[in-house]
Write a protein that binds this ligand. Structure first.
Ligand SMILES: [Zn+2]
Length: 349
């Protein structure tokens, strides 16, 4: 661990070689394969993982199937995995029964070892009630769920909304053309009658305003990936909220290329509210060698970016950018300490 002089004061930095000796955490992966190659690689790479269930409408991956998988992964990798449960919107129109079933499902999940829950973009972007109304996250029907989570000290990972590019035509997108060309159902430019980006962000903020005690992490840079300033305002306004960067590292690379100093300052200023994550996914049938190799290369590349000032390149980013070379203290928070703060059971791993 070299000691360097930085603006007159001694700062310690990690090196690329410190990668495997530093304990790290990735709080957003989707592993539905009990003999997970990613979890095995994580053991070798000194990573703890939070395996995330999601209320995706796809019969092979119902939340029940995902929960079973998460429990099995946890059994196979007790020392470096934890998992988040999710609830289903199915049955919402029969509200009282939905609420009862949902609370029971969550209860059961926590008994089975879930350490928190994930809410997903289907709320606000997909699910509509019988009247065809989109149910937003600030809908009072969710109040008892959030009150239950607060009472039971359960953190929420909230993926609400999409990258703001989702509201643009494909040809104007810089980062997410691939995903939205494959998933037109979430390409909001094609659905002008759906809720706007702004209304989704507003509904999230209304929910956060209502529950200052809610333990909340905004997934995917809180869908504010397009602006360090907007993320800063949000983190200032909600000092108890953190954001993670799953599947949005390219936006950070892009910012570093545009304005390295501003990007580095952002990570230093908000060092207590930023958590590392990737969105790596492993489903049954995935090639284990490929899954492990990809996980290792994603983690190592992000480590290089955060701890060194190496010149780097990434597909989709036009030109080179430099790593942020964050101080050891900041890297430790980003890769572990903040994750432990928002998801305290990680302390036992
Ligand atoms: Zn995800």
């Amino acid at each position: 661990m070299p000691l360097a002089l930085f603006w007159g004061c001694a700062e310690e930095y990690y090196s690329l070689d410190d990668y495997s000796i530093v304990k790290k955490t990735d709080i957003h992966v989707h592993i539905n394969q009990p003999n997970s190659a990613i979890a095995q690689q994580a053991l070798e790479d000194n990573f703890r993982l939070i395996n995330v269930n999601v209320d995706i409408y796809f019969p092979d991956y119902s939340i029940e199937v995902q929960r079973e998988a998460a429990v099995a992964v946890k059994e196979n990798f007790p020392e470096n995995t934890a998992w988040l449960t999710a609830f289903s919107m199915a049955g919402w129109d029969n509200y009282d029964t939905w609420l009862e079933n949902t609370l029971a499902y969550l209860d059961e999940s926590f008994e089975q070892g879930a350490i928190g829950i994930k809410i997903w973009k289907n709320i606000g972007m997909e699910f509509q009630d019988e009247q065809g109304e989109f149910i937003m996250i600030d809908h009072p029907g969710f109040d008892p769920i959030f009150e239950y989570l607060i009472e039971n000290n359960k953190p929420v990972l909230g993926h609400l909304g999409e990258p703001r590019e989702a509201w643009l035509p494909l040809e104007e997108m810089k980062m997410h053309q691939g995903y939205f060309s494959r998933n037109p159902q979430y390409h909001m430019y094609l659905h002008p009658e759906y809720p706007s980006y702004e209304s989704i962000m507003e509904s999230r903020d209304n929910r956060l305003d209502k529950h200052p005690d809610l333990v909340f992490v905004g997934a995917h840079l809180g869908s504010m990936e397009w602006s360090l300033d907007v993320m800063s305002e949000h983190l200032d306004r909600y000092p108890n909220v953190a954001i993670e960067m799953a599947a949005r590292m390219r936006h950070i690379y892009f910012e570093a290329k545009q304005d390295w100093e501003k990007t580095r300052d952002f990570f230093i200023t908000y060092q207590d509210q930023l958590i590392y994550s990737t969105d790596l996914t492993e489903n049954p049938g995935a090639d284990p060698e490929q899954a492990a190799a990809r996980a290792h290369s994603v983690w190592l590349q992000d480590w290089e970016f955060f701890v060194t000032n190496n010149t780097m390149e990434e597909s989709g980013i036009d030109g080179e950018f430099s790593g942020l070379q964050l101080p050891v203290k900041v890297v430790n928070k980003l890769f572990s300490e903040n994750a432990e703060k928002w998801f305290p059971p990680l302390n036992e791993l």
